[in-house]
Design a protein around this ligand. Structure first.
Ligand SMILES: C[S@@+](CC[C@H](N)C(=O)[O-])C[C@H]1O[C@@H](n2cnc3c(N)ncnc32)[C@H](O)[C@@H]1O
Length: 326
């Protein structure tokens, strides 16, 4: 358990100081650290973005004491190191796991989160007109991690004059702790559902968003391992389970990665019949043709050409106002 009050206070303090940090891939992070080997942290970005060791004076006595009491920073030899990082999307800040994210229950935030956020905003730009303004849009974020998807959706819907009732789901209890702190700092009220995706929640949803794990991870970390089929099994299952839970006019927005084999897309091949049988309208786009290139050096990916980031938008037909679906 993280100390919710302390974590939210840290995020508010960072926001007041104008903190911004774009989280990069682990490889880029490593390269940047290697460049400045041995240099001590002197700014909040050094401490909470690059996760560098820092001297006790850097944070100021009061914040330092609070974070230490809450276990959010730890002594490392003569210096200290933060036990979490802070990333930004626009003006919202997100607490996530320290670098490197090797723990089985690490909380993910990375370039995929930014691509997911952009995919959500662009899709909602097209589809927001389907929902009524006099009732909250029922939103489910499956595998919420730091809560970035649900918070981005709440902001995007608000920008279109819509209220959201957001349920944050994850199988990792730490993710819900981090999400609670991030939502509190963003002043967004959310509900929590701990457990395996759709089985952890009741009722239909107007909007289900998801950035599932999609790699074949030797260590089987919850934020990375997508199961069999080169990491696609979980995403396929989430599509199968989410479609019947959409309300009329309800939409599934899934961002994921697919290991392409011999020029074919095995994820699309598996979900296409499910989408056709569901009666939903859908579109499927490649967002980035080549992500996690270093992974294909591993034996399990021996036949894989590339890993592509893709976006699926599936909508259950309803009685609402006409939707622009192109
Ligand atoms: C790639 S991370 C995405 C986190 C966040 N949505 C983002 O975009 O930054 C995938 C998340 O799915 C969660 N997860 C894995 N299996 C799950 C399951 N069966 N049910 C719910 N969440 C799951 C992981 O714990 C992790 O937080």
């Amino acid at each position: 358990m993280i100390d919710l009050e302390c974590a939210a206070a840290l995020l508010r303090e960072a926001a007041a100081a104008g903190y911004r940090f774009t989280t990069v891939t682990p490889l880029t992070h490593q390269r940047v650290l290697a460049r400045g080997e041995g240099e001590p942290a002197s700014t909040l970005r050094d401490v909470f973005g690059w996760n560098l060791p820092f001297d006790a004076g850097v944070l100021g006595a009061s914040l330092h004491r609070r974070l230490n009491d809450a276990g959010l920073i730890r002594r490392e030899g003569a210096l200290w190191r933060s036990h979490c990082r802070i990333a930004s999307i626009g003006r919202d800040l997100f607490l996530h796991s320290a670098f490197p994210t090797v723990e089985a229950d690490a909380i993910f935030f990375g370039p995929d989160t930014y691509r997911f956020a952009r995919f959500l905003r662009e899709a909602l730009q097209r589809s927001h007109a389907a929902w009524r303004r006099d009732a909250p849009v029922r939103v489910l974020d499956i595998g919420c991690g730091s809560g970035a998807g649900g918070i981005v959706v709440a902001r995007a819907l608000a920008a279109h004059g819509l209220r959201a009732n957001v349920t944050m789901n994850d199988i990792n209890p730490r993710a819900l702790d981090f999400t609670a702190a991030n939502a509190k700092a963003a002043a967004i009220t959310v509900e929590f559902a701990l457990g395996d995706a759709l089985s952890a929640v009741d009722g239909p949803f107007d909007l289900v968003v998801c950035n599932p794990p999609y790699l074949d991870d030797d260590a089987q970390r919850a934020y990375r391992h997508g199961g069999s089929g080169l990491g696609r099994a979980l995403a396929v299952r989430f599509v199968r389970e989410a479609l019947p839970r959409l309300a009329p006019d309800g939409q599934l927005l899934m961002y994921t990665g697919v290991a392409m084999v011999d020029g074919q897309d095995p994820f699309l091949a598996e979900i296409e019949p499910v989408l056709q049988a569901s009666g939903c309208e859908w579109r499927y786009d490649e967002i980035d043709p080549d992500v996690f290139g270093e992974e294909i050096e591993r034996a399990v990916y021996a036949r894989v050409d590339r890993i592509a980031a893709v976006g699926l938008a599936a909508t259950r037909p309803g009685a609402g106002p006409a939707r622009a679906f192109s």
